[in-house]
Ligand binder design. Structure first.
Ligand SMILES: C[S@@+](CC[C@H](N)C(=O)[O-])C[C@H]1O[C@@H](n2cnc3c(N)ncnc32)[C@H](O)[C@@H]1O
Length: 262
């Protein structure tokens, strides 16, 4: 199946789409990585800084640089209070603008699958990490169809909408992530899954959050007639049972990987 491309061009919409998810998985992930305190951090693919803020609150870093190739995401991050504590810059994982051995911890939250040349991106992360340092990341389990958007995507597909695979779907499994890290030369590679559940005040809250303008699925839905789009929405609503107050919960699985630089 063909893969979509996704450019994150709207920081505010990204926050509604993924901010709560990023925070939920990020907290579990940071516990698992167990990074040292007082470390120099690089957050690769920081987006609007949701994970950056978490690591600042949880890990007592010495310094944090956070990079993302999307100027829109960086502009948004710089407008938030987190910008007082982290240095947000536009940069791509495949060409990190830092000298060798600059960081103790290099982390990437929900990013690895989006890097077009993943071996090159991981080799760059390894280059800029210090000996003894840790490089770690997590992605949605796209291959296992366990993402926050899966219910919507599967419903749309069953109703004949052409829904393309997310970029890097084949590399989103625990096995492939561990293999990529091993091939990039990391030692002590470990991987594990985290299951998370997020709440929405009602179904419309979920629908609005999950159909931002930059999501290729949103474009496919917008190409439908109003009647067909409404039908997809109602089928999706039926697939996510609401509580008596109208709120809903959605669960997803993130696959994480970490390795050391020797
Ligand atoms: C799902 S968002 C995750 C953002 C943030 N880390 C979080 O947890 O909320 C994926 C991010 O990866 C970034 N990205 C895509 N390709 C990248 C690349 N080649 N190098 C670094 N980041 C990239 C996107 O611009 C986007 O902000």
């Amino acid at each position: 199946m063909a893969e979509s491309s996704m450019r994150f061009t709207d920081g505010e919409a990204y926050e509604r789409f993924m901010g709560r998810w990023s925070r939920a998985v990020g907290a579990l992930f940071l516990d698992w990585v167990a990074p040292p305190v007082n470390a120099d951090w690089l957050d690769v693919g920081c987006g609007t800084g949701a994970f950056t803020e978490l690591l600042l609150d949880a890990c007592a870093p010495h310094s944090v640089i956070a990079v993302d190739p999307s100027p829109e995401q960086i502009v948004h991050a710089r407008s938030l209070p987190v910008a007082a504590k982290a240095d947000f810059r536009v940069a791509d994982a495949q060409a990190l603008p830092f000298p060798d051995r600059s960081f103790d911890v290099v982390a990437s939250a929900l990013v690895i699958n989006f890097i077009p040349d993943r071996p090159r991106g991981l080799s760059e992360m390894r280059r800029v990490a210090r000996p003894g340092g840790v490089v770690a990341g997590y992605v949605w389990d796209f291959a296992g169809r366990r993402t926050p958007n899966t219910i919507l995507g599967l419903t749309a597909r069953r109703m004949g909408v052409e829904v393309m695979q997310a970029p890097g779907t084949a590399d989103s499994t625990l096995e492939r992530l561990a293999a990529l890290f091993g091939e990039a030369g990391f030692t002590g590679v470990e991987s594990r899954a985290f299951e998370v559940t997020c709440d929405y005040v009602n179904f419309d809250d979920y629908w609005d959050a999950q159909t931002p303008s930059f999501n290729p699925l949103t474009h496919a839905l917008n190409a439908l007639s109003e009647r067909d789009r409404a039908a997809v929405k109602e089928k999706t609503r039926a697939a996510v049972p609401a509580r008596s107050d109208g709120s809903i919960s959605v669960s997803a699985t993130a696959n994480a990987v970490k390795g050391r630089v020797s």
